[in-house]
Design a protein around this ligand. Structure first.
Ligand SMILES: [Zn+2]
Length: 303
C-alpha cells in the first residue's frame, strides 16, 4: 500500500538529485485529487488514488505502469503500513510508549507475544477475505519504523502540520536542525545525532548534533547527555554497542565507526551542570534514560 507520492514527475526527478535542499513535498493519498496523476517517490511510476471500502486511501499504478524500486514493490504488496497521518497516531502516545520503562519487563514480553498471536490470526483472517478492506494504516510505535520509512518522512516538509502537530516536534533529522536550534528550549524529541563521548564513571552517553550555518552568535555544535542513573546493564549494553572498549587516560572511549548516525529520544532540558569542558561552556541538553526504545542505531551501511 503506497500512501505518499509526488504531484509531478519534476518533483520526483528533483528528489533524486538532492535531498538536503528543497525537498519536494509529498502528497498523501488522503489529500490526492480523484483522477489526477501522481508519481511514486521511490521509482517515479505514474499513480492514481484509490479508496478502499473502509475508506483507506492509497496509490495504485496506472494501467501499463509498474513499480521498479525494491521498497515500493514491497510496500505495494503490504496490506499494513505505518503513518503519522494514521487517525490513531499521536505524538503524546508515541512518546509515552517510548518512555515506558514497564515495556521492558518480563510481563510485557508475554503481552507482546499474545498480541503477536492475535495479529497473526487477524492477518490470516484478512487474507481469507483478500479484499482491499484488509488494508490498514497503523500509527508508528518505534523509532525504527520512522527511520525505515525514511523517504516518506524526509519528503515531507519538516514544519508541515499533520493533525495539529509538526514533524519537527516528533523527530529532528540532521537537515532539519536549523528549524530547531538555537531556539530549542527543551521537550520530548528524537534527534538524529552522532555518538560523541561515553563517561564510564558517571554512566552517561553524550551525543552531538552539528548545525552547518548557525545564526550569528549561535553554536555549530549541540550536545545531548543521556543519563542512565542506576541502569548499569543498559548503560553497559549501549556503551559497548556505540563505543569501543579501549579507554584513554581520561576514562573516555572512542565512538565506533559502525554507528555514525543514531537516533536518540529524550525529554530534553538544559544541562546546567555537565556543560563545561576543555575550558569552554557548550550548548548542552540532558535527559534520563528510561527505556531501550529511546535509542535506535542503524548500521552505517544501511543508511
Ligand atoms: Zn514505485
Amino acid at each position: 500500500m503506497i500512501l505518499d507520492a509526488y504531484a509531478s514527475i519534476d518533483d520526483y526527478q528533483q528528489s533524486q538529485k538532492n535531498i538536503s535542499e528543497n525537498t519536494p513535498r509529498l502528497v498523501s493519498a488522503v489529500d490526492a485529487e480523484q483522477g489526477q496523476a501522481y508519481y511514486c517517490c521511490y521509482c517515479g511510476a505514474r499513480l492514481f488514488r484509490r479508496t478502499s471500502d473502509k475508506g483507506v486511501s492509497y496509490y495504485v499504478c496506472f494501467g501499463g505502469e509498474k513499480h521498479s524500486h525494491p521498497i515500493c514493490i514491497r510496500k505495494e504488496k503490504a496490506s499494513t503500513t505505518y503513518a503519522v497521518n494514521s487517525p490513531e497516531f499521536s505524538v503524546v502516545l508515541f512518546f509515552n510508549h517510548l518512555f515506558d520503562s514497564e515495556s521492558e519487563t518480563e510481563s510485557s514480553k508475554t503481552r507482546e507475544k499474545a498480541t503477536a498471536i492475535i495479529k497473526f490470526e487477524k492477518d490470516a483472517e484478512d487474507s481469507e477475505n483478500s479484499s482491499q478492506d484488509s488494508f490498514r494504516v497503523l500509527p508508528y510505535s518505534s523509532i525504527k519504523q520512522l527511520i525505515d520509512d525514511d523517504i516518506k518522512i524526509r519528503g515531507r516538509n519538516a514544519v508541515i502540520d499533520y493533525d495539529r502537530n509538526k514533524l519537527v516536534d516528533l523527530i529532528v533529522f540532521g537537515e532539519w536542525l536549523k528549524d530547531v536550534w538555537p531556539s530549542f528550549s527543551g521537550g520530548k524529541r528524537i534527534f538524529e545525532c552522532i555518538p560523541n563521548y561515553c563517561d564510564l564513571g558517571r554512566w552517561y552517553l553524550q551525543f552531538r548534533c552539528y548545525l552547518k550555518n548557525p545564526p550569528i552568535g549561535a553554536s555549530n555544535y549541540y550536545y545531548l547527555n543521556l543519563y542512565f542513573g542506576q541502569k548499569e546493564k543498559q548503560f553497559n549494553r549501549f556503551a559497548s554497542l556505540l563505543f569501543s572498549n579501549e579507554t584513554n587516560d581520561s576514562g573516555s572511549t572512542r565512538p565506533k565507526n559502525k554507528y555514525r548516525t543514531v537516533f536518540v529520544a529524550g525529554d530534553w532540558e538544559t544541562d546546567n551542570i555537565n556543560n563545561y569542558w576543555a575550558g569552554t561552556k557548550h550548548e548542552t541538553f540532558r535527559a534520563d534514560f528510561v527505556s531501550s526504545r529511546q535509542i535506535y542505531a542503524p548500521k552505517t551501511n544501511l543508511l
